[in-house]
Every structure is written in structure tokens, then in C-alpha cells.
Design a protein around this ligand. Structure first.
Ligand SMILES: [Zn+2]
Length: 64
């Protein structure tokens, strides 16, 4: 088995809410339900969606 697969599986097991929230954001952006924005601190466009709380997966802050 590949090391990366194991690591990702472990991460998913430890962070189930985080993984679900991450997928929800990806789905919403793809479906144009959520607009990807530039970094709220410096304006860079290569950003990640950061969750303050995973109970609300589509409430994110865009940060590089
Ligand atoms: Zn930034």
C-alpha cells in the first residue's frame, strides 16, 4: 500500500468533519453555489477555504 494513501486515510479518520467540509466547499464552488474569492488578507488569488467551524461547511474564509 502506498504511504500517501495511508496518511490520507488516517487524516480522514482523525478529521471526519474537516474532510466533509472540504468536499462540501469543492462541490459548492464547482456548482457555482459558492464563489471562490481572493485572499482576504493580501488579495492573492491562490487561496484555500478555511473553516472556522466545520458544522457550517459553506461558511469559509478565503486565505492564501
Ligand atoms: Zn494572503
Amino acid at each position: 500500500m502506498l504511504k500517501t494513501d495511508t496518511r490520507q486515510a488516517n487524516w480522514r479518520r482523525v478529521n471526519p468533519g474537516k474532510y466533509d467540509a472540504h468536499l462540501a466547499v469543492q462541490r459548492a464552488v464547482k456548482a457555482s453555489e459558492l464563489d471562490k474569492q481572493s485572499c482576504e488578507v493580501c488579495g492573492v488569488e491562490a487561496v484555500d477555504a478555511r473553516h472556522d467551524q466545520y458544522e457550517e461547511p459553506l461558511r469559509v474564509r478565503w486565505l492564501c
